[in-house]
Design a protein. Structure first.
Lengths: 276, 292
């Protein structure tokens, strides 16, 4: 009995793992398959697994259903501006919190932690009213400005800076290096892994974001890709799944490409954020 | 020289100024503003017509049935998601814990949905759960089981949304637990093996206590994250059918343009719940959690 079990066990465990893997991957393969089917094929029973003739036209139909160039441009501008501004704001703040002593430091840093815990789902109404008062609602700024201070990033980068030995900084100061130079030539290069982690994290969360643009935008001109795709259901009809899935593929591909090339880094980034 | 001194004293504040501006302007001030709004009957068209009404909004919240429905829905969702995700990711993590190539591939695969937009995830699952032509019902029927109406029925809509959230997030928590498991020094297991401890005993007496800080962390972020659920509800059911999936944030969202004061008061309640959860968790569970 135990002798036989030994030979069954390995293939069985492999099979089980493959099944589990499929549960998480198959929906995406199904999305791609559907995006290339005809409307008729989406209705067949049993389902059409592989479309007989790939319907590339579904993609142009989806992309013509709304101002998708604008949506894509907005997504790109918002995502990259957020990352750029966050990094520029975060580095000096993290350095000051890590390496300087000043009155009120603890209280100010506790504000950072507090901000980390208050979600946008709580603050979106006042933030919207405020930005509307400033006349910014018809621009992309409501999707960029509120994220200028990345509390999680400041926290993580500060930890990283604190681990960099004080002697390195002191010896640079003896060489008459300015603080700006110390940050730019020593701190930043030495904390590249942390910065990459934070940037990847921001990229994924802002490219994917749906809630914030939904509550901050009133017109198509400033909406991102996620909203455009979600609206396909209204513009193309609820039963046109081949078109909806084609739009969906367009939304997913950039993230999947990044994941393909940086999967180790992304996995590390997410795990690190979870452990610290 | 004096100038330099002054600059050195001011410098830290200058360096944190942009970050603090962002935090004060877009988080702390809005919280204060939210609390203020919650005491008003706010007029979006004409701000001067906004009226201070004291705690009326709060009285209204706690006397309205739809608020309790939303709260209950959120609690049901949270319990479902937290329990299922925690149990399943723990099982998968223990199962895939060994450092093998195929295990790493499976882990990366399970993690994929977590980095995909909730919009895509929701749409793909809506298509899978489509009652007439969806794949899930096809599978059920192939195995001789009756199909389900999934999102279109008030008795199954919530569980359908829970399934989607669990599916999307399991990979992330699996990775965290795997990292925790791999940080346990092998020497501890070797000592247990010498004592002839059974596998289950080792898990319960050694593994579980040693990873409890991470499990505790997961519990907190999952609970708080679940209380904020919105995107899946908005896209997949629009809070329906018949309010069966209206959660707290969706409830706030629905009132956000027509009754800003009322929506704000509900926002304050949500914030209080999140704060309370954090405190309670830290108080109660930190006593039972094993820290190294």
């Amino acid at each position: 009995m135990s002798f036989e079990w030994k030979y069954v066990r390995a293939p069985l465990s492999f099979l089980l793992k493959a099944i589990v893997l499929m549960i998480f991957i198959f929906p995406f393969l199904w999305m791609i398959s559907t995006s290339l089917q005809t409307f008729q094929e989406t209705l067949t029973f049993p389902p059409t697994w592989i479309p007989s003739i790939p319907q590339w036209v579904n993609f142009s139909t989806a992309m013509n259903a709304g101002p998708f160039l604008t949506y894509a441009r907005n997504s790109i501008i918002v995502t990259f501006s957020v990352i750029l501004i966050q990094v520029l704001v975060m580095i000096p703040a993290a350095y000051a919190f890590a390496k300087y002593r000043f009155a009120g430091k603890e209280i100010l840093f506790s504000f950072v932690l507090l901000a980390f815990m208050i979600p946008g789902q709580v603050t979106f109404i006042p933030v919207y009213l405020m930005l509307a008062d400033w006349g910014l609602i018809n621009s992309l700024l409501p999707q960029i400005l509120p994220f200028m201070a990345n509390a999680f990033g400041i926290f993580l980068l500060r930890q990283y800076f604190m681990q960099i030995p004080q002697e390195i900084i002191e010896s640079a100061r003896l060489d008459n290096a300015s603080e700006f130079k110390i940050i730019w030539k020593i701190m930043v290069p030495m904390s590249m892994p942390a910065l990459a982690t934070i940037a990847l994290f921001s990229f994924v969360s802002h490219w994917n974001d749906y809630f914030w643009p939904l509550v901050m935008t009133d017109s198509a001109a400033v909406r991102p890709l996620t909203m455009g795709i979600a609206m396909l259901r209204e513009t193309e009809g609820i039963s046109n799944w081949h078109i909806i899935m084609a739009g969906n593929v367009v939304l997913v591909i950039p993230i999947l490409i990044v994941y393909l090339f940086a999967s180790k880094q992304i996995v590390k980034a997410f795990v690190y954020s979870g452990i610290k | 020289m004096d100038k330099k001194r002054i600059w050195e004293a001011v410098r830290p504040y200058v360096m944190i100024l942009p970050a603090m501006t962002g935090i004060v302007l877009f988080v702390l001030y809005p919280v204060a503003y939210l609390i203020k709004l919650s005491f008003y009957k706010y007029n979006l068209m004409n701000k001067d017509k906004s009226k201070f009404i004291g705690t009326d909004n709060y009285t209204q919240i706690f006397s309205r049935e739809d608020f309790y429905t939303a709260l209950l829905n959120t609690v049901v969702y949270t319990i479902g998601v937290v329990v299922l995700t925690l149990v399943l990711s723990l099982i998968i993590a223990v199962w895939l814990n060994k450092r093998k190539r195929f295990n790493a591939i499976v882990q990366a695969g399970i993690f994929t949905p977590h980095i995909i937009s909730i919009v895509s995830v929701a749409l793909v699952w809506m298509w899978l759960m489509e009652p007439n032509h969806g794949l899930l019902n096809f599978l059920l029927k192939t195995f001789g089981l009756p199909g389900s109406t999934w999102l279109q029925n008030s008795s199954t809509a919530m569980i359908s949304i829970i399934i989607v959230s669990v599916w999307q997030n399991i990979g992330y928590y699996t990775l965290i637990i795997v990292a925790a498991l791999q940080s346990i020094p092998p020497s501890i297991y070797e000592a247990a093996a010498l004592d002839n401890a059974s596998k289950f005993q080792v898990f319960r007496k050694i593994t579980l206590p040693l990873i409890s800080p991470q499990l505790f962390f997961i519990l907190i972020i999952m609970t708080i994250g679940s209380f904020k659920v919105f995107d899946t509800v908005k896209i997949m059911t629009g809070g329906g059918p018949n309010g069966a999936t209206t959660t707290l944030v969706y409830y706030i969202y629905e009132f956000r343009t027509n009754s800003i004061g009322y929506a704000s008061a509900t926002g304050v309640v949500l914030m209080a719940i999140i704060a309370l959860l954090t405190v309670v968790y830290f108080r109660v569970l930190s006593k039972k959690v094993h820290y190294q």
